[in-house]
Design a protein around this ligand. Structure first.
Ligand code: BES
Ligand code: ZN
Length: 492
């Protein structure tokens, strides 16, 4: 009952409200809390499982699934391919399945299934694009399970069955890069696995790179560049927060004696991705893609360290080309802090327009009515919101809200960025929405910065504690562990 990987949800904590729900989250080191095993990403196993649950609920695992409800509540699973422990996953709930084609579909609660089915309709195309890039999908089926809103992550690449937050159901398919990301892990991470959590960037950096390539193939370079520009902005903030010499900004981490969860940041994701983009630009896309294809094929179902990867890179790609090695500067990327000087530049005209409009509004040279935002997508809105300063005035918040209705937004990404401004500006008309958001959503990426922003002032700290005392029971242990620490929250 108290295993930290598990969250047992009451019916009220689900979207439908009628049935309880259970799900697991094993990465990074929580598999050991619900299964006795050797919990290291350097060790793999196959497994069989039998699950008994109430007859009206469906059980699913990161294993072979027949996608149907069993009237006796008995389910057997087989995972014939060897996987590391952090990919063990189980969920039980009132689930429906929507099929896209012979090998992919989506599970969700009945009240969510239609919305989910619409949102992820491009999944078969994503799988095909991924295969075209880096070789056949190795796991048979690829399905997505949409969880209740307390799921602590955006997505989790459980083999054959990605777990996903419902906060990506924006209604306009604008947040589906997350599916491309979790799908990409079917190669980087699940086939070729980081041997230790110090090598975490081998999982996430490769996956962000691969995700971006899938997005570019499906939606074009301009669209993919929007996502990359926003991510680079987040990376620059992380590096600023970590400071110029912090070893947690190295790609190769040193997590000795720590909970790996504490040292994982978007360094692995975004610095990792830009390192790979640097290599791509240095050798050309064709050579790089050939290399990657071979890398995945030759290391399939194995765990790999950073040193092993660099050796392979030298042997297969860099060879004795000293000029190329100098141009890439592996040492600075992997064993040094911050962003190396040769980090590729990336720009987006569409995002720049939104950013400039935000600045013009703050400077008083444009009113909200004069901003031509009719055709903006989610990413342009994020660019707009991120260009607004923390010291924005309440009057300015009122004017923006009146024109653009941010407080009422149903897009979780836009909402979260807006709520940060609500906190910074003490815009009281947004407080109810803030509390409501924090009491319904448990995705750590959203709730963490909101609590962090609140505790910067005395009033805010009081508000944070008041909200948290209500919201905490609805969060998964992954999230409560983080927020307990931020708020110095004492449990009896
Ligand atoms: N594997 C990660 C989630 C994770 C990492 C869980 C480390 C526990 C420890 C997953 O693939 C991931 O990266 N999810 C991201 C979304 C992605 C689009 C960047 C998330 O949850 O926000
Ligand atoms: Zn990932």
């Amino acid at each position: 009952p108290t295993a930290a990987a598990l969250q047992w949800l009451t019916p009220e904590q689900t979207a439908g409200g009628d049935f309880p729900f259970l799900f697991t989250q094993s990465q990074a080191v929580l598999a050991r809390t619900w299964i006795p095993l050797q919990d290291s990403p350097g060790i793999r196993f196959t497994y069989n499982a039998t699950i008994h649950c109430p007859a009206n609920l469906m059980a699913v695992m990161s294993a072979e699934n027949d996608t149907t409800l069993h009237n006796d509540g008995a389910y057997t699973f087989k995972m014939p391919q060897a996987v590391p422990s952090y990919l063990m996953a189980l969920a039980v709930g009132n689930l429906k399945f929507h099929s896209y084609d012979h090998r992919s579909g989506v599970y969700a609660e009945p009240v969510t299934i239609e919305k989910a089915a619409y949102e992820f309709e491009d999944m078969p195309k994503m799988i095909a694009a991924a295969e075209e890039l880096y070789g056949p999908y190795a796991w048979g089926r690829y399905d997505v399970l949409v969880l209740p809103p307390s799921f602590p992550f955006g997505g989790m690449e459980n083999p054959r069955l990605t777990f996903a937050t419902p906060t990506i159901l924006a209604g306009d398919r604008s947040l589906v890069a997350l599916v491309a990301h979790e799908l990409a892990h079917s190669w980087s991470g699940n086939l070729v696995t980081n041997a230790t959590w110090d090598d975490f960037w081998l999982n996430e950096g490769f996956t962000v790179y691969f995700e971006t390539r899938i997005m570019e193939k499906l939606y074009g370079k301009e669209y993919a560049d929007m996502l990359t520009v926003l991510s680079k902005g987040e990376l620059e903030n992380t590096i600023k927060e970590l400071g110029p010499t912090n070893k947690d900004s190295h790609l190769y981490l040193d997590l000795k004696g720590r909970d790996p969860d504490d040292g994982m940041s978007d360094i692995a994701y975004e610095k990792g991705r830009f390192f790979l983009t640097t290599i791509e630009e240095a050798v050309g896309r064709n050579r790089w893609d050939d290399f990657l294809k071979k890398y995945f094929a030759e290391h399939a179902f194995q765990s790999i360290t950073t040193e092993m990867f660099l050796e392979y890179l030298n042997k297969e790609l860099i060879k004795d080309d000293k000029a190329l090695a100098e141009k890439i500067n592996i040492n600075a990327w992997v064993y040094g802090p911050g962003l190396p000087a040769n980090c590729p530049a990336v720009t987006s005209t569409a995002l720049k327009i939104a950013e400039d409009d935000a600045k013009a509004f703050i400077a008083g040279t444009k009113t909200p009515e004069q901003i031509d935002s009719k055709n903006w997508n989610t990413h342009q809105w994020l660019s707009f919101l991120r260009a607004l300063p923390e010291n924005i005035s309440v009057d300015q918040m009122v004017a923006l809200d009146k024109q653009f209705h941010f407080t009422a937004s149903n897009n979780s990404e836009i909402k979260c960025d807006w709520l940060l401004l609500v906190i910074h500006s003490k815009y009281k008309a947004g407080y109810a929405a803030l509390e409501d958001f924090l009491c319904h959503v448990g995705r750590r990426k959203f709730v963490k910065p909101l609590y962090e922003a609140m505790i910067l002032t005395d009033d805010g700290k009081e508000m944070a504690l008041k909200i948290y005392s209500k919201a905490r029971a609805g969060y998964h242990p992954v999230t409560t562990q983080t927020i307990d620490e931020i708020l110095n929250y004492q449990t009896k």
